[in-house]
Design a protein around this ligand. Sequence first.
Ligand code: GRF
Length: 203
Amino acid sequence: MVQRVRTAVLISGRGSNLAALADACRAVDYPAKIVLVISNRADASGLETARERDLPARIIPHKNFASREEFDAALDEELRQADVSLVCEAGFMRIHSEWFVRRWEGRILNIHPSLLPAFPGIRVHEQALAAGVKVSGCTVHFLTPELDSGPIIAQAAVPVLPDDTPETLGARVLAEEHKLYPEALKLVAAGKARLASGRAVLY
Ligand code: GRF
């Protein structure tokens, strides 16, 4: 029997990466299980994904809190109450306080739809097409206080085709995200990747 690491997934929207992670967790030998889904938006369609898969879900609307710190404190409380050991951000559109990121350092992962450090932030595929890159992709990294710049755990590349739009490139990258995130979570949950001296170390 594998020891399954109790994992939370934070979402704000569609939740297709949540679905990919949840599907991976069905394998008997997968080293993580999703014990909690948290959305900061009540209208996130990913909440339906959680319901369909019988995953416990909470809504914590960021607008109910006066500051980033207070919102993060509520988030932290939910994660602790659920006895969570790892957190995966999957399209979670809030920047955290430094306090929260430090508290979860090495235990919180994020996925970004570019080959970081290229194209952090938003409108990522527009940025890639404007730069004329011939290859793009996705990155799973440990979260750090600086946006989209934490130590890289895993990446996958896709070609950028001459007639690509942000939508066609985004769809090609997203298909890779759905494979990469479960692989990266598996590495971390199984203890084969960890944060050490500010770098993601893979064994
Ligand atoms: C993904 O492209 C992810 O890389 C980015 O936000 C998007 C979330 O999509 N951070 P989904 O909600 O998982 O479908």
